[in-house]
Each structure stands twice: as C-alpha cells, then as structure tokens.
Design a protein around this ligand. Structure first.
Ligand SMILES: [Zn+2]
Length: 372
C-alpha cells in the first residue's frame, strides 16, 4: 500500500510541488482544484461531465447533508459514493463554516463544547461539536474528513480570534481521538484570521497534533485581498512539508497561483458554479465577466474565451450563450459552469505540468496577467 501522500517533484526555485494522494476511491494528482458538491451534487453539472473535466475529488458539505437528507440515509445507501454515484474520492467539510455563519447572524450559540443553532430549513435546534461533526462525517464516509474548527469572520476582533484559536486547538485534539472508518483520513485546520501571531500560534499548536493533512481555514472570509495573500504566502510554507496542504474556500485563479507558488496542494470554492448562475464566466485574464454585460456584443461570433478548449467554448458563440442567459434557458448555467470548472481545473493541471517540466517560474512569467 503506497503512503497516503507522496511528493513527486518540487520546484527548486519556488517550492511549488506536484504530488499524489492515495485514497480508497482513487488517486488525486496535486495541485488540484476540488469542485464543490454542496448537497451531494455539483450545482447544475452531472457526474459524467465532472469526470470528463478530469476532476479527481469533490467536496460535500456536512451541514447541508446532516439537515437533509441526514447522515443516516446516506449511510444506509452505503456512503456518499454509493448514494450519489460519484465513484471518485470525496472530501467533507466539518459543518463548522456554515454553523458559524449562523452565529455571525445571531442565530446560534457558541461555547467551548460546540454550537447550538436553528437550521434554516425546518427550524429545528441542533448541536454540533467536534464529536458530533466527526460522527456525521464518519457516517457520510468521505475519504478526507475535516476537523471541526471555529471560523470567525474576516473582520473579527482579536479577542474573538484568540478564542477561536483556542477552541480550534481543543476541538482538533478531540477530532484526532475520534475513531473514523478505516479508509478515512483526517485533516486539521489552522485558524488565526488576519493576526499574524495568532496564525503562528494556531499553526504551531495544530501541527503538533498528528493528522494526514493540514489546512488553512478562515481565508477569504471578508478580509482585504492583501490580507488574504499575506496569509497564504506566509503560512502555507510553514505547514508540514510531507503532508498535503489545503487552502480552504479560495477559487479565484489568482489565489490558486499564489497558493501553488506558496507550496499548497489543494483548493476548493463554489465560485465557478455560483457565478455561472448569474451569467458569470472566467474571461481571458481569468477574472470574471458576465454574458449579460453591455460590452458583450450580440453579434459576437467568438467563444467566451478564444482558444479555450472547454466543451462550451469549442461549441458555442458568446452571442448564443448571451441569448440563452437573457431568455433564462437553464442549459446556459450548465454551459457556463463547465467553462468555469474547466478553467480552474486546467489551471491546476498546467501548474502541475510546469512543476514536472522544471518550468514553473516560466509558467508564472507567462501568466503574469493572471496575477494582475
Ligand atoms: Zn471555455
């Protein structure tokens, strides 16, 4: 049995790395972008397309699945893969991100044990702490399971972040002691918000605990762009070198490049499918634009991005996609999501190739426009 994670190549100049994660449901080649299947399906995109886009792992949200349909029915079906029919690896988050967003809206009560909250679907009171989160994720059966952490808002004050760092550490310890299924791998999460010393403290405490991988959490939750990038570039390198490094919840192309450059291996974000539902797509510079924008000319016979090899760009003109969007034809959400997922996945594939071919610095130079 190969080890869980192997580094195949490291760029000697930047420290960017290419590796492999071995799971029971398949190998994940890193660096990798993970599409988000919030409720057990990537919004608007079927699994066959997700496979064709060569996604290698998808993320599902524990909070959404525990509220409905409940982990019992997914467990009864044989776990996430059997239930959803996505046969590749799954990662589940801890549910913490969603329940703490309730807390920020005053709809939840947090203490050192966990969070009590009223769900937004049925109005029932729930409690999730580290053991509850582990138990739900154990029953969901994902290959990678995230520790239950406290994720404060990007603008939270120092005292709030200090408490979150302490709880995240205590809860991480409980999570590491929780017996998961044999095939499951626990990742721990570093918090600390935008406070450098608290990030350092959290990193030191969390990486003392043994886990299969480590993640940076609470990044891009309302801080400025400079603050986001500072945390990514300062902290990623300090995570253990021989374990996968995951930056949670970032999905702007620029973030992926800064992340890989800083030595990160995994990323996830709802952005590619979320912006698609509003007519948004990643343009040449990988910033996003909308098909309904004024300068988006009707008689434009070009694809969304000239030269893009995605199924949408190889088939349709911008004019046609704009028409579908304005007439609310639901297929347009699929076409735009496919383009957006393709762009992010291929960005990670291109970086992997560049690392292997000893030309990651050249890749950066060539793609500087993506960083502007
Ligand atoms: Zn495209």
């Amino acid at each position: 049995m190969p080890s869980f994670f192997e580094i195949e190549k490291t760029c000697p100049i930047t420290g960017a790395r290419a590796g492999k994660i071995h799971t029971e449901h398949g190998i994940i080649e890193t660096p990798i972008f993970m599409p988000v299947a919030t409720k057990g399906s990537v919004r608007g995109v079927d699994w066959r397309t997700i496979s064709e886009l060569q996604a290698q792992i998808v993320l599902a949200n524990t909070y959404h699945l525990t509220i409905r349909p409940g982990e019992a029915s997914i467990e009864r079906a044989g776990g996430l893969q059997e239930w959803s029919k996505w046969t590749g690896p799954f990662l589940t988050d801890s549910g913490g991100f969603q329940v703490f967003s309730f807390a920020r809206r005053g709809q939840a009560k947090i203490d050192d044990q966990g969070v009590s909250f009223k769900d937004d679907l049925e109005g029932k009171i729930h409690f999730i702490g580290p053991n509850e989160s582990m138990n739900i994720q154990k029953r969901l059966g994902a290959d990678i399971v995230m520790a239950f952490d406290e994720c404060p808002a990007g603008n939270a004050d120092r005292k709030t972040v200090e408490t979150a760092v302490r709880r995240t550490r205590d809860w991480a310890e409980k999570c590491t002691n929780f017996p998961l299924q044999k095939h499951q791998n626990l990742f721990l999460i570093v918090q600390g918000g935008k406070f450098e010393d608290l990030r350092e403290k959290s990193l030191e405490e969390i990486t003392k605990l043994d886990a299969k991988g480590y993640a940076l959490g609470g990044v891009s939750v309302g801080e400025s762009r400079e603050e986001v990038e500072k945390v990514i570039s300062n902290m990623t390198k300090k995570l253990p070198i021989n374990k996968p490094r995951y930056i949670m919840g970032i999905g702007m192309p620029r973030d992926l490049i800064v992340g890989v450059l800083s030595g990160a291996d995994m990323f996830d974000c709802v952005l590619p499918t979320r912006i698609a539902r509003h007519g948004g797509y990643f343009s040449e510079g990988l910033r996003f634009k909308s098909v309904s924008q004024k300068d988006f000319s009707d008689d434009h016979d070009n694809p969304l991005v000239i030269g893009c090899q995605c199924p949408t760009c190889k088939t349709f003109t911008r004019a046609y996609l704009k028409h579908l969007f304005l007439r609310k034809e639901i297929t347009v959400y699929y076409y735009l999501a496919v383009h957006n997922l393709f762009r992010l996945l291929n960005l990670t594939f291109d970086m992997r190739k560049a690392i292997f071919n000893d030309c990651f610095p050249q890749f950066l130079k060539k793609n500087l426009y993506l960083l502007s």
